[in-house]
Design a protein. Sequence first.
Length: 518
Amino acid sequence: MGSINGEVMKRQIHLLITAMAVIAAGHTAQALELDWGGAFRAEGHYIRNYALDSDSGYTRDAVRENAGGYYIPGGGSANANFQNLFLKLKPKLIVNDNIYIKSEWWLGDPVFGFFGSAAPYSFDQRQFYSSQSRGSTISAQRFWADFVSDVGTVRIGRAPLHWGLGLVWNNGDGVWDRYASTGDTVALLTKFGSFSFMPSFTKYSMGNNISGSCHVFGGVCNTARGGADVTDISLWIKYENPDDDLEGGVNFIKRVSGAAQDPAAGYLGIGSAGTTQLPSGAHFNIWDLYGKKRFGKFSLAGELPITTGEVAGIDYKTFAFAVESGFKFNEKWETGLKFGQAAGQPNMQTPRPDRFKAFFFNPNYKVAHIMFNYQFISFAGPNSQNNPAVNSTQLLSPFDNPIVNARYINWGGSFTLDKWNFNTSFTYAMAIETAKPGSFFYNTWRRRIYQSATQQEQSKNMGWEMDYGFKFHWDEAFVLSGDIGFFFPGSFYGFSNTQAGNKQSMVMGGAVKAAVTF
């Protein structure tokens, strides 16, 4: 009897513990709040005459393609027609009033999420007329925690980075953004009245091992002298006064990368004389100034990053700036002016420069529909992994065309009527540096140095563009938009670094986009 009572008591204790665990779990579940956000988007693009010459889209001229000029090879057709699909989820877990765990999940890819880019391989033995999950898997792009304390908010994790207009750090939170600044970060955000301070340590790469560096060949880690980390040490100071519609500040970034970067997977320096870019170290500072002010109906904003230091032992001193202004006549009509410049690389007497000045804006910063948006040299591919011999490192992005080596001006206006918005803009750009006879020049498309092989001097005229667009806001969540642009390329793109120059003719580009934000 005693043993039976003992077994009953054991069962009762077990049931009690189980019940307490269930109650505790239920209480915990009620204490935690899960908030969902994100965006779904689909878009279609059509580019007529992407090669700038209406006769050259069907072929590839090997001589001009390998000469280092601004020749665009044909991909088999004079026009390009492609579609993209992308879903971004942003779940946020609210542990309590002081702890927030945030994340960002990607379904697909904002750059390479093309319609038809996941055809099954012939050896898959699946239904052939069916898209597969390749390129459409769920990936956790960001995940970090914010801890609110008496001294400020402590941020730890793989978090977004943003400052100012987004020339250097751009978090990619726009619905149609494709490139997001993200880093493994430890940061502290502190506020004192109208001022806020944020020191942070951000690591982009640790190299291949945790005890120095190694280069991997054939699966073997070969020790290399030096480090392979790539890190940012930063401090930004910001002033915000909502009553005066004024904000501004400075973001100081010290960027350091070890000299023992892996040639196959590390961070690369400057490629010389048409060769591939070489692994190299870097040590430079960025002083990124930003300001924004509203004066009634007029608004003005600007960002000025200034860089000093070294890249691959080469002096790196440069700057860039962007200015945005707007005037709102009334609730329906408004106009705006954008202008700025990003430095280019001066000509050199040797394939190894004694200084480097080129400055690349973040690709998310756009001023026109075609210019500094589509990268036509990549249209010939490969752009998908439908061929199993192609790996992800070989893919070429059709959107990797940031502002560099250019002065630009953009003037536009818009008209809003209920749920509709109609806009138009004019853009003109000219190059700062161009190739000259008897010297070496830097090709910003290929990001390599080539020797000038002709007696022709490259023109600075990059061309002009007219854009027209509309947006229809069905409700707060859904928006349908359309854009069409007419780009008239300048003679800058006629330079092929051969005796036979490139022809230029008008490029037309159109896009229809639909997005749902939540």
